[in-house]
Design a protein around this ligand. Structure first.
Ligand SMILES: C[S@@+](CC[C@H](N)C(=O)[O-])C[C@H]1O[C@@H](n2cnc3c(N)ncnc32)[C@H](O)[C@@H]1O
Length: 187
């Protein structure tokens, strides 16, 4: 069976992340991706995870503690637009993931925004290792979602093909706007 965009995001991450890598979860939420990344990088690696909601950090901290994965994670109660100032410029990142949209079962007014997503992408691209990947899983059914999808599409389509390969993965016959995945890989 074909993988969902979420499942495929993990497949794409698993293919490139190795023990000891530094990686980013740009939208922590309940910590599903943070925990997945923490498993892959191991105790010699580092996961920087960002979210603007305090509850995301509480939920993620709990999950990581239960799984014994807190040692290799830095949970940041700040927006991903602060990546540039937060992650040292000489830190080379192997991967980053975004789940754009709102956190299910929480405040639907707190959504990711095109301008801050762009700021985060600029900072990540500057730190991305060769063969590294940035994955964006874009939910766009909510108000404002289409604008963010357009930004991600335009941003990734404009990246020079000599330096980056960009993939999209999308189901085109499904109801209710299933998320669209983008993968930016540095050559
Ligand atoms: C679709 S959810 C992420 C789900 C998450 N990957 C998980 O495993 O549960 C989007 C998250 O982005 C967060 N968010 C919104 N604006 C943000 C920003 N500027 N920087 C970082 N996170 C942000 C929301 O608070 C929300 O938790």
């Amino acid at each position: 069976m074909l993988q969902t965009a979420l499942q495929f995001s993990h497949t794409l991450l698993k293919e490139v992340i190795q023990e000891g890598d530094s990686v980013v979860d740009a939208t922590m939420g309940n910590g599903n991706d943070t925990a997945f990344l923490a498993e892959l990088v191991g105790t010699n690696g580092l996961v920087y995870a960002f979210d603007v909601q305090k509850q995301a950090l509480v939920n993620t901290e709990k999950r990581l503690t239960e799984l014994g994965l807190q040692e290799q994670t830095i949970l940041l109660h700040q927006g991903h637009e602060t990546i540039k100032e937060t992650i040292p410029e000489d830190t080379q990142l192997k991967a980053a993931i975004f789940n754009l949209g709102y956190l299910p079962k929480s405040d639907k007014q707190i959504i990711t925004q095109p301008d801050t997503t762009k700021q985060a992408l600029d900072a990540l691209i500057a730190r991305l290792k060769s063969k590294g990947r940035i994955i964006l899983v874009v939910y766009y059914g909510h108000t404002g979602g289409e604008a963010e999808l357009a930004l991600v599409h335009e941003y990734s389509q404009k990246l020079p093909q000599e330096e980056y390969s960009v993939l999209t993965y999308q189901f085109i016959n499904q109801r209710n706007n299933p998320p669209i995945l983008f993968c930016i890989e540095k050559k």
